[in-house]
Design a protein around this ligand. Structure first.
Ligand code: FE2
Length: 277
C-alpha cells in the first residue's frame, strides 16, 4: 500500500480497494454460502438479526454463534414462524466463525494479499476474530443502523479493523455501505457488554450519540475490499430492489491488545482465535 493510500485511511477512516479479489472468487464464496443456507434444517425457532434496538433480542443462539456457523433470517421472510421462501433467499447473514470452520471461507480469509493490507494499516500481529456472510437479499434485506464496530468488538486500545468485501455490485438501490468520513476520530461512543449469565446491554460513554456528518455511499463493484477503522460510523439501508447485494466481512484485532471478558464474542478452549497462519 502506498503512502498516499495510508494517509487517506488515517484521515478518513476507510479505504476502498477495487479489484482486490476476482469475480470468480466472489462467485465461489457466494456458491458456498448458498449451499450452507440450503442445507439448513430448522432445529427450533428461527433466529433473526436486527440492529433495531427497539426490537433487538440477543438470544442464546446469537451468543452461541460466536465460534460456530449459524444462520439468521430476515423478519420479513417469515410468517407464523415459517420461512416464506427458500433459506438462501430468506437469510440475513451467516456468522460468526466461517473463517475458522469452513475451508472455503478460511481460504478466502487467509491470503497473503489480505495479510499484507492488515499489516499496512497497522495490525502487527493480527487475529481474525469474526466473519459474516451477508446476503442483503432482494426486497427483504434489512437495514443496519449507524454503528461503530468497536462498540461490539472492543479492545484496549481500540484495534478492531473491518474488512468488507463486495461479492456483488453494491449501490444505493440495493443497500450499499454508507460511511461518515473522518468519523473515526470521535473514538468509540459506547460498548455492548455480555454478563456472566448471558445478559447483554449497552454502556454509553460520556457522549453516546454518534456524530454523523456528510455521509458517503460506497457504490462499489464486486471484488472491492473496503477497509475501515473500528471507530468509523457506518450503516446500510434496506434492500427494496430486485437485486441482491452479497458481502463478506471480517473483523481483525491486534493480538497484544487487551480483549475484555465482557465482550459478547469470546474464544473457547477448543476454538481459540487464530491469525493468518
Ligand atoms: Fe459494522
Amino acid at each position: 500500500m502506498d503512502k498516499e493510500a495510508l494517509r487517506q485511511f488515517k484521515e478518513s477512516g476507510y479505504l476502498v480497494l477495487t479489484d482486490f479479489v476476482s469475480r470468480e472468487a466472489c462467485r465461489g464464496l457466494i456458491d458456498r454460502a448458498e449451499h450452507i443456507a440450503e442445507c439448513y434444517v430448522a432445529d427450533g425457532p428461527l433466529s433473526f438479526f436486527t440492529t433495531d434496538e427497539a426490537r433487538r433480542s440477543t438470544d442464546e443462539r446469537f451468543l452461541a454463534s460466536a465460534r460456530d456457523i449459524a444462520l439468521f433470517f430476515e423478519d420479513e421472510a417469515v410468517i407464523d414462524g415459517q420461512l416464506t421462501m427458500p433459506p438462501s433467499a430468506a437469510c440475513n447473514k451467516i456468522g460468526h466463525a466461517l473463517h475458522d470452520l469452513d475451508p472455503a471461507f478460511s481460504a478466502f480469509s487467509r491470503t497473503p494479499d489480505l495479510e499484507r493490507v492488515a499489516r499496512d494499516v497497522g495490525l502487527t500481529d493480527p487475529l481474525l476474530l469474526q466473519s459474516m456472510f451477508i446476503f442483503k437479499n432482494p426486497r427483504v434485506g434489512g437495514r443496519v443502523d449507524w454503528h461503530q464496530d468497536a462498540t461490539f468488538l472492543y479492545t484496549d486500545p481500540v484495534t478492531v479493523t473491518g474488512f468488507w468485501f463486495a461479492l456483488e455490485d453494491a449501490d444505493r438501490e440495493n443497500g450499499c455501505l454508507w460511511v461518515s468520513p473522518g468519523g473515526h476520530a470521535q473514538g468509540v461512543r459506547r460498548r455492548f457488554l455480555k454478563g456472566p449469565t448471558g445478559d447483554t446491554w449497552f454502556v454509553p460513554g460520556e457522549t453516546p450519540q454518534l456524530d454523523i456528518s456528510a455521509p458517503v455511499p460506497l457504490e462499489v463493484p464486486a471484488g472491492t475490499l473496503v477497509v475501515f477503522d473500528g471507530c468509523l460510523p457506518h450503516f446500510s439501508a434496506a434492500n427494496r430492489s430486485s437485486k441482491r447485494r452479497c458481502a463478506y466481512t471480517l473483523h481483525l484485532i491486534e493480538r497484544s491488545a487487551h480483549y475484555p471478558a465482557d465482550n459478547w464474542l469470546q474464544a473457547s478452549e477448543e476454538r481459540p482465535f487464530r491469525g493468518f497462519r
